[in-house]
Design a protein around this ligand. Structure first.
Ligand code: SAM
Length: 291
């Protein structure tokens, strides 16, 4: 008896389909703000992601939503929801293990050797960190493998992402089973407390990591990111077109110290995007050095 009104109201609240003209306008707006480019064949994806936002706002026309994000009084706040809605935040701990291995066994010893003797600080940036699994993985490896060999060395990891909700999750440091599925058992036992199917990163790891909201396509903010020894910018360049890749990668280059290294995703390449880096091939991963 009670079910019918609910079904009727959810049907009434379903947004209309997005016209091609509105798709193009929406795509351009998103591209100008984020560098993310939705190809023609991804219209359905954009439509379904934004339609959830329309339902929350009880709007039924995409044009109305476009008007809100372009000219509405609450447009700055709404942009955050839009970025949450359109980004793909898939990630997990130890996602690309060979990269972490290379960082620990080859790059960090080399970087530390080149730094002044005695106490030194390593700075690592997890750009497009999503909910923080990559940034926390780096801090755990530091405590487990690097600190015992170089007790005087300190680490600061900065995790950044355009999506405010994943940054909030990253700051809490509480994860589900899905995120820790690739985690070596000894790390899981040592660096988390587990309760009710939730895994909380322990304080000594969290102390090494801070998370900030940052759009990689925001030039002025990007220019303020500097002095990193290693940058991980993985599985995000795939969402950009060539022009935005060139801009973002050039800013990442500037953010590195000389002798620093960039990692990108396994399926990504800097071919045709940047020739500034020295490409170094390892058997299971590639890294890009700023000489
Ligand atoms: C697939 S996740 C990758 C997470 C992690 N780097 C990894 O490899 O597991 C891509 C992340 O990029 C973020 N992203 C997309 N466009 C961005 C932009 N313009 N600036 C910053 N982050 C962005 C998304 O919010 C998302 O969390």
């Amino acid at each position: 008896m009670n079910a019918q009104p609910v079904i009727v109201s959810s049907l009434l609240n379903r947004p209309q389909t997005m016209s091609d003209a509105t798709f193009r306008e929406m795509r351009e707006f998103i591209y100008q703000k984020t560098g993310i480019y939705y190809q023609d064949n991804k219209k359905y994806l954009l439509e379904s992601r934004i339609s959830k936002r329309l339902q929350t706002l009880r709007m039924d026309r995409f044009e109305e939503y476009l008007d809100l994000i372009k000219f509405g009084a609450g447009r700055e706040e709404e942009k955050k929801h839009l970025f949450d809605a359109i980004t793909i935040n898939e990630t997990y701990f130890f996602r690309n293990e060979p990269q972490f291995d290379i960082m620990e066994k080859t790059l960090i010893p080399e970087i530390l050797k080149a730094k002044a003797a005695g106490r030194s600080k390593l700075r690592v940036w997890s750009a497009a960190s999503s909910s923080g699994e990559e940034a926390h993985t780096i801090a755990m490896i530091f405590l487990e493998k690097i600190k015992p060999k170089y007790p005087g060395v300190e680490l600061e990891v900065v995790g950044t992402d355009i999506s405010p909700s994943v940054i909030e999750t990253a700051r809490k440091g509480v994860y589900r089973e899905y995120s820790v599925r690739n985690m070596p058992k000894n790390y899981l036992e040592k660096y988390f407390t587990a309760a009710d199917g939730r895994y909380t990163v322990v304080e000594p790891v969290r102390k090494l990591v801070r998370f900030e909201h940052l759009n990689l396509y925001d030039q002025p903010r990007m220019r303020m990111m500097s002095s990193f020894d290693v940058v991980f910018c993985c599985n995000v360049l795939i969402y950009f077109d060539a022009k935005s890749k060139i801009q973002v990668v050039s800013n990442l280059y500037d953010s590195l110290n000389r002798g620093g290294y960039l990692f990108i995703g396994y399926a990504e390449s800097l071919h045709g995007i940047s020739s500034a880096f020295k490409v170094i091939n390892f058997p299971k991963a590639i890294t890009y050095k700023k000489e």
